[in-house]
Design a protein around this ligand. Structure first.
Ligand SMILES: *Cc1c(COP(=O)(O)O)cnc(C)c1O
Length: 411
């Protein structure tokens, strides 16, 4: 471990991203490996929220819809997220939750393939992705069939009945990463549309929606984008798909919302996928997180994430041998997203016990301890310190404490 600590110090000294950590509020001593679930608070966000509340809301009141550019925030912030995912201006909006945007993308895709009746995903996808699909199936009285097949069988299952395939690029448990370009092409070769969930990718991995010719994509604002709890999500729709039907046809997606027409007439561009009034406070916080994420080279972020993952896996080797932890993510950095999972029968109690040692990790059912790697505010030495704390939990069998064995409602 001493050798690895020296190696980590060396890596920290040469880290091109080292200055970002100071721009977040992070309590000294805390090891936070859960930024892939809820990103840390940028100091600039605290200030921005103060201004938005006091000046824009408190003083400006309703005039702020125009004067503080509240009404155009979904498109403005969407365009900034667009730069992170390799989209063109006017192809992304920041709005609603990921779940709702999944619904919008699936129903829009179905409207573009009216003769096809199946939507397809993989088993083990993030539950909300599957649940939203099942809701569409139920709502259509079974006209739309939802298919879920094993991850390795997805491409074989795409056929002339498939309207759209919804996949997550980086798996929330295993961290297994899919190649967007080749999978998108294989889906489109059979005439189906490709929808990607980028929740664990955006802000962690270089993405190129345009280059990969992706049809629709969605992702979270509160994970690697550091947009804050419950931050608005985003929806990407390639410009060629802007003629799709917006099934959630709320007034903010209308061509002229303030004409108050009796009848719905969709906006021409990405705005048709807006629904109701934008979440102004959440958008303000999200914008700060996104702007900071635009500063570093995404290649540097990704490289640091890969190196950190490799270092973590190397440092965990003795614990795996000694205490029966098993790597539950790809060994190869190129096949991983920005978290690493280890499985252990006492994973849940382990994660609870780590809190006592001032470390936050994540438990994912049934037996995974998930360690999220957020290159903007983690140091390589934090990774080694995290493994040291985990070793203490194992060596002292801290998971045996009864108070750590009872499951809480939110894990
Ligand atoms: C986190 C996550 C979500 C979250 O969806 P919400 O609507 O924001 O709760 C959706 N999909 C994936 C793959 C996720 O990892």
């Amino acid at each position: 471990m001493q050798d690895l600590m020296s190696k980590a110090r060396e890596l920290d000294r040469g880290d091109p991203l080292q200055d970002f950590r100071d721009r977040f509020q992070i309590r000294e001593g805390l090891i936070y490996l859960d930024g892939n679930s809820l990103g840390c608070l940028p100091k600039a966000t605290a200030q921005r929220m103060g201004e938005t509340l006091q000046r824009e809301w408190g003083e400006g009141l309703i005039t702020s819809w125009l004067d503080a550019e509240w009404s155009t925030a979904p498109r403005r912030i969407g365009d900034k997220i667009g730069q992170l995912i390799g989209a063109q201006p006017g192809e992304v909006i920041a709005a609603d939750s990921t779940s709702i945007n999944i619904f919008k993308a699936l129903t829009a895709a179905l409207s573009l393939r009216p003769d096809r009746t199946t939507i397809l995903t993989e088993t083990g996808n993030f539950p909300t992705d599957s649940y939203m699909m099942q809701g569409i199936g139920a709502f259509t009285g079974g006209r739309i069939t939802v298919r879920s097949v094993a991850p390795e069988d997805v491409l074989d299952a795409v056929d002339e009945n498939t309207a759209a395939v919804l996949l997550t690029q980086v798996h929330y448990k295993s961290s297994l990463k899919r190649d967007i370009a080749s999978v998108t092409k294989a889906i489109q070769d059979v005439g189906a549309l490709a929808i990607w969930d980028l929740s664990h990718s955006t802000g962690a991995i270089e993405l190129d929606m345009t280059g990969a010719n992706v049809d629709f994509a969605v992702g979270c604002g509160y994970k690697f984008l550091n947009g804050g709890p419950g931050a608005p999500a985003f929806l990407y729709a390639a410009a060629r798909n802007h003629n799709a039907q917006a099934v959630l046809s709320g007034w903010f997606g209308h061509a002229k919302p303030f004409d108050f027409d009796e009848d719905y007439r969709p906006a021409d561009g990405i705005e048709r996928f807006l629904c109701g009034t934008p979440y102004v406070l959440g958008l303000a916080a999200l914008e700060e997180g996104v702007e900071m994420m635009l500063e570093p080279q995404m290649a540097d972020v990704r490289r640091k994430s890969e190196l950190m993952g490799d270092l973590l896996i190397e440092a965990m080797e003795p614990l795996c041998r000694e205490y029966g932890l098993r790597l539950a993510s790809p060994l190869e950095a190129a096949q991983r997203g920005s978290h690493v999972g280890f499985s252990h029968e006492n994973a849940y109690a382990m994660v609870q016990a780590l809190r006592e040692l001032d470390m936050i990790a994540d438990f994912r059912t049934p037996d995974i301890i998930r360690l999220g790697i957020t290159p903007l505010y983690l140091r390589y030495t934090d990774i080694i310190e995290a493994v040291a704390r985990l070793e203490r939990v194992c060596a002292d069998r801290m998971w045996d404490k009864p108070e750590y064995r009872t499951r809480a409602a939110v894990t």
